[in-house]
Design a protein around this ligand. Sequence first.
Ligand code: BGC
Length: 348
Amino acid sequence: MKSYFGTLADGAEVSSWSLENGGTRLTVLDYGGIVQSLEIPDRHGRYANVSLGFGSVEEYVAGSPYFGALIGRFGNRIADGRFTLDGESHQLPRNDGAHSLHGGPEGFDRRLWQVEPFTEGPDVGLRLRLTSPDGDMGYPGTLQVRVTYTLTGGGDWRIDYEATTDRATVVNLTSHVYWNLAGEGSGSVHDHELEIAASRYLPVDAGLIPVGEPADVAGTPFDFRTAKPVGRDLRVAHEQSLHSKGVDHNYVLDKGLTARPEPAAVLRDPASGRTLTIATTEPGLQFYSGNFLDGSLVGAGGRTYRQGDALCLETQHYPDSPNRPEFPSTVLRPGQTYRTTTVHSFGV
Ligand code: BGC
């Protein structure tokens, strides 16, 4: 179940962990908590890896657009990499133009996590732990992070995120799997059908920072309230699509922030029959239609990844929340425990 995957420049070994349960096969790296492969069957029982990834640790280190990785401390963007908390201003490294993206240039996606396997009743899984020191990537507080990947007896992949701090800070953890239900490297996902349970989304500026109020999806290319092919409206010349070269927007889930995971999105590949249903406690979902894949990366299966060859559905709080007091809070204080859950269910 545990095997050698590679060695980092500083000599540290990277291991891969493979688990299987309820018909789902998952391979995870301790480097970045990366889902290196996730295999599920099609309607004829044929397995495919439905998550983009690389075959070597060198490729992940050299320049991965967060393939399969755990994202922290803060998923998505913080405007100008700056925020003020309890009257104190914090400057983060800017790694996305003027902004901070996905926790900065050395985020949790580039750390070696401590991994421990477990079996609990019908479930199997991995517990991933990381200590992020005070000041790490500009964020205040020592953050103790625990992420649990569970493969349930029914084949669901469940992620439980937990964090505590010794000083007030902001946290927004997510997972950055690039989905292609026909199999990684098999071509575009534009024929996949997608449904998102959100009547509103967050319009953005040219730097993909939310501006103004949430807007209605009705009458826009961003309307996925009823399942439709991902590619149907991608070329509609809407001002918002020009900023993002497709969709790269946060959806305000109708269910809001919930104590238990509730349905947020359903993705279906009509050709293979494979479906993915995502349920989450989080109030937001970043739908990124793989716009910046440009054919320059070669995946684990030896094929190049081009624009639209995968899509991401990242459950999270809204982008730039630390600067938007009207958004659900991302502040974590000593004595509190950050807890969110996202469940991925597969079917045919
Ligand atoms: C962001 C995109 C970004 C991608 C890869 C997504 O979460 O929304 O703008 O290009 O991650 O970095």
